[in-house]
Each structure stands twice: as structure tokens, then as C-alpha cells.
Design a protein around this ligand. Structure first.
Ligand SMILES: [Zn+2]
Length: 330
């Protein structure tokens, strides 16, 4: 790994729908960015080619040669072996299993490449350059289609013994509970993700309860987007108010468990649902969590805050993998 002090580096965020690449300066500033659709139907070969193209476009946008970069940090939406850069079973990328993404990109770009799980990198980005700046112990919770998490202990991303730590979306809240995307029952994700909120609301609609939702969904080709959830909540739609309240309750229990286990200074909430609903979404989560904290002393000082970097958290976290940032003139 190149250890150029004060170096430029690139972050690439590989998502199920889009690839984002950015050139990041030594202080964490984004100097150039490019975006492409993932087109996962092309399979790993086609998608890796698109990642290389996106990387070249980001370098061109930053007016910098790829050769000037210290390396590339890549986030993938799947389990990743951080030491080898191999991507395992990316459930939202067709045909991706045991793909040596790190080695393939390293060969194509002729640069050192590190690969990690995308949510780990989102957490790392928020820790270094977003909501978590200045703290040592932090947990990132990302609520979207699923619920993902990342854990920072003593200033470092905690990966665990098999690079598998941080899967807080699959903490068991109720052993015989609703079916989760992972095939098990009663995981937090089955109670608190956008998918779970949609399932609860649609079951109620099927029972014929009055709601503004059919009207909102019709305008979005029947897709339960974060925008639809926000509008229904703003209109005080009773089905959505109940479903969100339930999600917040389970997220509150999760937060209490995490605080009791890890004693972080801060919990940062990001992801599509949180971005759409804003900081107000977090107050009931905090209210649920606080009484469950074993250590009540200074419990009110634990910060539970929204993420600030949006969809740039992943590329910034990727850049943070390669070298520490220099202090920023803020
Ligand atoms: Zn699960």
C-alpha cells in the first residue's frame, strides 16, 4: 500500500443501481466525481468495466491522472473479505459470488485497491468527515431497503474475526417474528426497514383500512419510495403513522442494545428512510432507548444524530481506507 503523505485517493461506491466514483483530496475534499448506472444484468465482467470507466471519468473531472492517486477504496453491497478483496454473495448484484473485485480493479487501474462492505465505508465516511467527526466510538445505522450498520471502536472500523461484524440489521428482536430478507425470522430488518414498513402498510391496505396511500402510490407507479413514506407521514395517514411508530420502537430497542454492548459516544442514522424523514425521525427512537440503558449516568449525553454526507459517505469512506486525512481548514 502506497503511504504517500498528503495524497490524493479515489473512493468508488458500487451499488445495486449506481456506481459512484470520486477523487478525494488529502483533507477529504471531493475534487471530481462521476456516476454511472450499474447495469447488473451485465454480470461481474461488464460491471467491473463500468467501474473502471467511472473511475477514469472521475479522474478526468478532477483533472488528475490516475497515476497521481495513492490508491482506490471500494465499497460493495455484500459480504467482503477485506484482506483479499473478494466479494461474496452480493444479493442485489446478479451473478456476484466470490468475485475477486480488488484484484480485478487493481489490474485494470494499476493502483492499490482495498474493498470493504459499503455500509462499513458509509460509517467510516461519516466518522471521518461527517456527523461523527471528532468522536472515538461510534455506530452507524443505515435504514433503507434493509438495515445495515458499521461499528467504530477507538477510532477504527471494527471488522471482527472474519470481516463479518456490524450486521446489526439481523439482530434478533423476536425469534418467531416476520420473515427477513436473509431467510430467518424476527430480525430487526424485518421490523424496521423500508421493506418491512411497506409489508405492514400493504397488509393493512388489503384489509380495506382507509388511507391516502393508494393515491400516493398511484403517482409513483405503485412503488413505496421513501418519498411516498414521507408524504403519507406528513398527511398523518394512520397506517403510515403506525408503521413508522413500530419501526422506531424496534430501532429504539436496537439502539439500547448497541449502547449497552458498545458504549459509543454517538449513533449516526443514515440511509434513504432517514434522509427522507429527517432528524424528527430520531426523537422517538431515543425516547424508546433511554430507559433501557443499564448505565443511566450521562446517558443523556449520548448523541443520536442524522448522517450528514448523504450518498457521498461511501466514496469518502473508501478514500479514508487508504490514508488518514490531514486536518481540514474548516
Ligand atoms: Zn435477517
Amino acid at each position: 500500500m502506497a503511504k504517500k503523505a498528503a495524497s490524493y485517493r479515489m473512493g468508488i461506491d458500487l451499488g445495486g443501481t449506481k456506481i459512484l466514483a470520486a477523487v478525494i483530496g488529502p483533507d477529504g475534499a471531493i475534487l471530481g466525481m462521476a456516476k454511472k448506472k450499474t447495469r447488473d444484468e451485465l454480470g461481474p465482467d461488464g460491471v467491473i468495466k463500468r467501474m473502471v470507466d467511472t473511475a477514469n471519468e472521475a479522474a478526468a473531472a478532477a483533472k488528475i491522472s490516475l497515476k497521481a492517486l495513492a490508491g482506490v477504496g471500494v465499497g460493495a453491497p455484500s459480504a467482503v473479505d477485506f484482506k483479499t478483496g473478494v466479494v461474496y454473495s452480493a444479493s442485489n448484484l446478479a451473478g456476484w459470488d466470490e468475485v475477486p473485485l480488488g484484484a480485478r480493479l487493481q489490474a485494470a487501474l494499476d493502483l492499490p485497491v482495498l474493498v470493504d462492505n459499503d455500509v462499513n465505508l458509509g460509517t467510516l465516511g461519516e466518522f471521518h468527515l461527517g456527523a461523527g467527526r471528532g468522536c472515538r466510538h461510534m455506530v452507524g445505522i443505515f435504514v433503507g431497503t434493509g438495515v445495515g450498520g458499521g461499528i467504530i471502536v477507538d477510532g477504527k472500523l471494527y471488522r471482527g474475526a472474519r470481516d463479518a461484524a456490524g450486521e446489526i440489521g439481523h439482530m434478533i428482536m423476536q425469534p418467531d417474528g416476520p420473515l427477513c430478507g436473509c431467510g430467518r425470522r424476527g430480525c430487526l430488518e424485518a421490523f424496521a426497514s423500508r421493506t418491512a414498513i411497506e409489508r405492514v402498510v400493504r397488509a393493512q391496505l388489503a384489509e380495506g383500512r382507509p388511507s391516502i396511500l393508494p393515491e400516493l402510490l398511484a403517482a409513483e407507479k405503485d412503488r413505496m419510495t421513501s418519498g411516498v413514506i414521507k408524504q403519507a407521514l406528513e398527511a398523518q395517514d394512520p397506517l403510515m403513522v403506525e408503521a413508522i411508530g413500530s419501526a422506531q420502537y424496534y430501532l429504539g430497542l436496537l439502539v439500547a442494545n448497541l449502547i449497552n454492548a458498545l458504549d459509543p459516544e454517538m449513533i449516526v442514522f443514515g440511509g434513504g428512510v432517514v434522509e427522507a424523514l429527517g432528524g424528527d425521525f430520531l426523537a422517538p427512537i431515543r425516547e424508546t432507548a433511554l430507559p433501557y440503558l443499564l448505565q443511566q449516568r450521562n446517558a443523556d449525553k449520548i448523541k443520536i444524530v442524522p448522517a450528514t454526507l448523504g450518498d457521498q459517505a461511501g466514496v469518502l469512506g473508501g478514500a479514508a481506507l487508504l490514508a488518514p486525512f490531514t486536518a481540514r481548514k474548516a
